[in-house]
Design a protein around this ligand. Structure first.
Ligand code: HEM
Ligand SMILES: [Cu+2]
Length: 652
C-alpha cells in the first residue's frame, strides 16, 4: 500500500536541528519499516548495549536496577525485624542495627522509590506521547548510568564496612566527625550528590519531552494524567534537589575541610541541616508518590471502562500538591523548639495538602462508583493502594497536629505512617503498573493466579506488619532502638509485625518470580490486551524500535477509545523515515512545529558517568590529582558527546 507523506527536501530551517514538513510524497510501507528499524535499532553487541540511547531499553534497566535495590533494602528490613521480633534479642550488634536501618531507609528512599518511577516514566512517556524517544536520548543514557554508578558507589561503603549509621535524614551532630568518625557519611554525601546529578538530568529530560514531543493535537488538556504527575515531579526535582546537594556539600566541608556550618560551638547550627534537608526531604516524598498516583489514574479508568471522573480536578490537585508541598517541611521539626506561630503555619499547610490527596481519592472512588470494574491483579493492587493511601493519609493528618506530633514523633507511629505512604502509596501502584505494562514491555501476559496470590499475601502481610506499629508507637516504643526489655510488654506486637513483614516479603517474591517466568513463557499479549485508551497501546507488544510507523495525531483525551481516522490517516501520515527524526510540537496545544533529529548511540554518556564515579572515589580518598584527572575526563567525554553532529542531507 502506498502512503503519501509530506516531505520537502530542505536541509535545515532557521531553527537548528529542526526541519519543517510541508510537501507530501509517497513511500512504500514495508520499506519504511525497514528503514526505520535500521535507523533506530541498537546493534545486538556489547558495544550496542553500552552505547544504546533507546528509552525503552533505558527504562527497563531503571526498573531492573531499582527492583534490585528494593530487594536489598527489603533484606535489610527483614534483618531489623528479626532483631526486634522479641525482647532482649542479640541477633544483631547495636552498630550493625544502626547501619542496617540507615542503609534500609536510604536505599529504599533514594535508590528504589524514585528510580522505579523514573523507569516507568522513561519507558512510557515517549510512547504515551506518540514520540520516538525522549527529547535528550544521550542525557537519558547518562542519567541511567549515573543512577547505577551512584548506587554502586554508595554500596562501596558496605563492602569496606563503613556505612552511615544515623538514619536516612542524617541529623547533626550525630553525623559529624566526632560521632561518625569513619567514611560512612562520605559514602552517603558523595553518593547522594552523584545521584542528584542523575535525577536532575532525568527531570529536565521529562519536562522537555512533555512540552516538546507530544503528538499533534495532544493539547495540554488532553495529556494523560501520568504526564501531569511526571511533569509536577520533574519540577519538584529541579527545585528541591539543589537543597540536598548543598546540605551534603556543607556536611562534607564540615567533616573534612574545617568549616562549621552545623557546628553550634563555632557559630554554626545543627538546625540548619534539618531545615535544608527537609526543604528537600518533604518534596521528595511527593517525588516518590505523585507518579504513582498518575499510574493509578491511568490504570483504574481502563478497568472501569470509563474516563476518570474529574480529570481537570485531578490534574490541578497533582500540581497543587507539588506547589504546597514546598511549604510544609517544618512538620518534621515540631519537636525542635520552634516558635508557635511558625509551627502553626506549617501545620496548617500540611493539613491543606490532604485536601488535594482527597480530591484524587474521590475521583478514583467516583470512577469506580457505578462502573463494573474488571478485577484482575493490576486492579487489586490499585484497590490495595487506595485503601493503604487513605489510612496513610489519615495518620499523616494526625501527625500534622502539633500537640499530637509532640507525643508521637520518633516513635513507631511515625514508622507506621511512613510505610503506609511509602509502601502503600509507592510499592502497591508500582506492582499494579508492572502487571499492567509488563505485557507491553515483554509481549507476554503475567500469570494471573500467581498475581492474585502475590497481592493477597502482600496486602495481608503489609497490614499485619505495619498496622500494629501504630499501637507500638502509641505505647511509646521509640524508633531506631535495636533492643527492648520484656518489661515494656511490646513483645507480642513486635512478633506480629515481624511475621507480617516476612509474609509481605514472600508475597513480593511470588510476583518477582512471576515476572521472570511469564516474561518468557506467558500468554502472548498482542498490542492492546486491556482495551486501553492511551497511545502506548497503539504500538506492538513489545513496541518496534521506532515505536509507531508514523507519528499519530490525537483528537481527544482517549485516543484509542475515540478512534478517529486521523490516528492512522495515510494521507497525513508523518513517517519521518529519512533519518532519526521525531516531531516537535508547541507546548500548550501541540501544533506541529518541526522535526527534531535525534542523536545516534554513543558510549560518551557511559564514560562521563564512569568518570564522575571515579571522581567521587578520588574525593572520598582525598586524592587531589586523581580527582582533577577524573574531572578532566568527565569534561572531555561530555564534550565528545555534545560535539555538533555533521549536517545530514536527506537522501533522494
Ligand atoms: C519489606 C518491607 C519493609 C519492612 C519490613 C520495613 C521495615 C522497617 C523498619 C522495621 C524500620 C524501622 C527501623 C527503626 O526505626 O529501627 C524501617 C524504617 C524505614 N523504612 Fe522500611 N520497611 C520496608 C519497606 C520499606 C519501603 C518499601 C520503604 C520506602 C520506599 C521503606 C522506607 C523506610 C524508611 C525511610 C525508614 C526510616 C529509616 C530511618 O529511621 O532512618 N521501608 N523500615
Ligand atoms: Cu514531610
Amino acid at each position: 500500500m502506498r502512503i503519501p507523506v509530506p516531505y520537502r527536501r530542505r536541509p535545515v530551517s532557521p531553527c537548528p536541528g529542526v526541519i519543517d514538513i510541508t510537501e507530501p510524497t509517497t513511500i512504500d510501507l514495508g520499506a519504511a519499516k525497514n528503514r526505520l528499524t535500521s535507523l533506530w535499532e541498537t546493534p545486538s553487541s556489547l558495544w550496542g548495549e553500552l552505547a544504546t540511547i533507546d528509552h525503552k531499553k533505558i527504562g527497563k534497566r531503571y526498573l531492573v536496577t531499582a527492583v534490585m535495590f528494593l530487594v536489598i533494602g527489603g533484606i535489610e528490613a527483614l534483618l531489623l525485624r528479626l532483631q526486634l521480633s522479641a525482647a532482649d534479642l542479640d541477633v544483631l550488634k547495636p552498630e550493625t542495627y544502626n547501619q542496617l536501618f540507615s542503609m534500609h531507609g536510604i536505599t529504599m528512599i533514594f535508590w528504589y522509590a524514585a528510580p522505579i518511577l523514573a523507569g516507568f516514566g522513561n519507558y512510557l512517556v515517549p510512547l504515551m506521547l506518540g514520540a520516538r524517544d525522549m527529547a535528550l536520548p544521550r542525557l537519558n543514557a547518562f542519567s541511567y548510568w549515573a543512577f547505577l554508578f551512584s548506587g554502586l558507589f554508595f554500596y562501596g561503603g558496605f563492602l569496606v564496612g563503613q556505612m552511615p549509621e544515623a538514619g536516612w535524614f542524617a541529623y547533626l551532630p550525630a553525623t559529624g566527625k566526632d560521632f561518625s568518625p569513619d567514611m560512612g557519611m562520605e559514602f552517603y554525601a558523595l553518593g547522594l550528590i552523584f545521584l542528584t546529578v542523575s535525577t536532575t538530568a532525568g527531570a529536565i529530560n521529562f519536562l522537555l519531552t512533555i512540552f516538546r514531543l507530544r503528538a499533534p493535537g495532544m493539547s495540554i488538556d488532553r495529556m494523560p494524567l501520568f504526564m501531569y504527575s511526571t511533569m509536577t515531579t520533574s519540577v519538584l526535582v529541579v527545585l528541591a534537589l539543589p537543597a540536598l546537594t548543598a546540605a551534603c556539600l556543607f556536611l562534607l566541608l564540615d567533616r573534612n575541610w574545617g568549616t562549621h556550618f552545623f557546628n553550634a560551638s563555632q557559630g554554626g547550627s545543627p538546625l540548619l541541616w534539618q531545615h535544608v534537608f527537609w526543604f528537600f526531604g518533604h518534596p521528595w516524598v511527593y517525588i516518590v508518590f505523585l507518579p504513582a498516583t498518575g499510574m493509578v489514574s491511568t490504570i483504574l479508568p481502563v478497568f472501569c471502562r470509563r474516563p476518570i471522573v474529574g480529570y481537570t480536578y485531578v490534574a490541578l490537585a497533582t500540581v497543587l500538591t507539588g506547589v504546597v508541598g514546598f511549604g510544609v517541611w517544618v512538620h518534621h521539626m515540631f519537636a525542635s523548639g520552634m516558635d508557635q506561630l511558625s509551627m502553626s503555619i506549617f501545620s496548617a499547610a500540611s493539613m491543606t495538602i490532604s485536601i488535594f490527596s482527597t480530591v484524587q481519592v474521590f475521583a478514583w472512588l467516583a470512577t469506580l462508583w457505578g462502573s463494573w470494574p474488571v478485577i484482575n491483579t493490576s486492579m487489586l493492587f490499585v484497590l490495595g493502594f487506595i485503601a493503604s493511601f487513605i489510612l496513610g493519609g489519615l495518620n499523616g493528618v494526625v501527625t500534622a497536629a502539633i500537640p499530637f506530633d509532640w507525643q508521637l514523633t520518633d516513635t513507631y507511629f511515625v514508622v507506621s505512617h511512613l510505610h503506609y505512604v511509602l509502601v502503600g502509596a509507592n510499592l502497591f501502584p508500582v506492582m499494579a503498573a508492572f502487571y499492567y505494562w509488563l505485557p507491553k514491555m515483554t509481549g507476554r501476559m503475567m500469570n494471573e493466579t500467581a498475581g492474585r496470590w502475590s497481592f493477597w499475601t502482600m496486602f495481608v502481610g503489609f497490614n499485619v506488619a505495619f498496622f500494629p506499629m501504630h499501637l507500638l508507637g502509641l505505647a511509646g516504643m521509640p524508633r531506631r532502638i535495636y533492643v527492648y526489655s520484656e518489661a515494656m510488654g511490646w513483645g507480642t506486637l513486635n512478633l506480629t509485625v515481624t511475621i507480617g513483614a516476612f509474609l509481605f516479603a514472600a508475597g513480593l517474591a511470588i510476583s518477582l518470580i512471576n515476572f521472570l517466568y511469564s516474561s518468557r513463557r506467558g500468554a502472548m499479549a498482542g498490542p492492546d490486551p486491556w482495551h486501553a485508551d492511551t497511545l502506548e497501546w497503539l504500538t506492538d507488544s513489545p513496541p518496534a524500535v521506532y515505536a509507531n510507523l508514523h507519528i499519530p495525531t490525537v483528537a481527544s483525551r482517549h485516543p484509542l477509545w475515540d478512534r478517529h481516522d486521523e490516528l492512522d490517516d495515510p494521507d497525513n501520515a508523518r513517517v519521518l523515515d529519512k533519518s532519526r527524526y521525531t516531531l516537535t510540537t508547541t507546548a500548550l496545544d501541540a501544533r506541529p512545529l518541526g522535526i527534531a533529529r535525534m542523536p545516534r548511540d554513543s558510549v560518551a554518556p557511559l564514560v562521563t558517568a564512569l568518570a564522575l564515579g571515579g571522581l567521587c572515589t578520588a574525593l572520598l580518598l582525598k586524592a587531589l590529582w586523581p580527582s582533577l584527572s577524573m574531572l578532566l575526563l568527565a569534561g572531555l567525554t561530555a564534550a565528545v558527546w555534545l560535539w555538533p553532529q555533521p549536517e545530514e542531507r536527506p537522501d533522494e
